[in-house]
Design a protein around this ligand. Sequence first.
Ligand code: ATP
Length: 384
Amino acid sequence: MLEVERLRKTYTTDRGGVHAVEDVSFTVEDGRFYTLLGPSGCGKTTTLRCLAGLERPEGGVIRLDGRVLSGEGRFVPTYSRDIGMVFQSYAIWPHSMVFQSYAIWPHMSVFQNVAFPLEVSQDRPSKEEIARLVKESLALVGLEGLERRPAQQLSGGQQQRLALARALVRKPRLLLLDEPLSNLDAKLRQRMRIELRELQRRLGITTVYVTHDQAEALFLSHRVAVMQSGRIVQEGRPRELYASPASPFVADFVGDATFVPGEVVDGGVRALGGVVRCALSEALVPGAKALLVLRPERLLVHPGATGGPNEFAGTLRVAAFLGDHLDCVVEIGDTVMRARAHPAAELRRDQKVWVELPPDHCLAIPDDGWRPRALTRTFEQDTE
Ligand code: ATP
């Protein structure tokens, strides 16, 4: 089990101290995939670097299986931490040194890349054992048979797999991954994230992952911590974060949402020219200011009124065909929201429509004033 307690890291710059990580605490149970998710500069990489021993935190404790890696007057160097890692621009080997490098070493063969961490380790295995471990590791990531190939002659996806094989070859207790898929094109990225998920589940290796990509975080993780300005602002299972975000920032970061401000009334929120029936987060009492979080995939656009609860009339501005649904933009008074319609629906731009907001999927949370960038009101895309 990995335990991080009240971690703090400040960088000193000419312009003063940058509080990169402030009071960060979390626990990763054995075999779990844990993701630090947040926008650029929120402190994810610094946290991971502290776990790796590449940064010396000035406060807090890091423990792996009860052993203190950092804090309480101790600091275990990277090479003694029993971790494997794939950072975007570093390759690190236990019992050796830290090299600034690409995720892989292009001038070495596939075999040499994977064998290297074993060859430089203090308890260097025999030649035969190295060959066996390299073979095993390459088989894990589906690169068997490519041992002699120069690493630079691998495809992007194969290079990522090679980086993983190298990180895993010493069978570390903890795997640290910092945006390992970010250099891949969209299709390959999707395929690789399935592979990574399967591999992690199969090996049951405790993993900490860093990304700013919410879909990747939700897809891969058992638990996700959302970071903002050096702090964890919410932590939970992907489903919990998505369905019950604690703040507008989290709601926006883990998925698409339209935010509608209003005032809490009994069983709902006064907004959109009526009362929207919805779930209310605990902190909300009648009279409080609230923000409705409306996920586009839960909102249904109908060409006519159906007479159901929570139905609001508006004007359709965009209806783009996306195969399994029409992705719509609807104006209701001052509110511009995204919603979905049946792919076969006959809809015309600027026609009157009704948007159904299923009460079970509408949530109101306290309005702390934070807002994402507004959806544009210039509708250039034609309705199909
Ligand atoms: P990204 O997704 O862009 O990598 P991040 O969430 O991983 O961002 P960090 O790299 O941890 O963020 O940076 C957190 C803060 O610390 C930022 O304000 C960053 O500018 C600052 N920072 C990071 N490394 C250093 C450094 N070596 N010296 C000074 N400031 C730093």
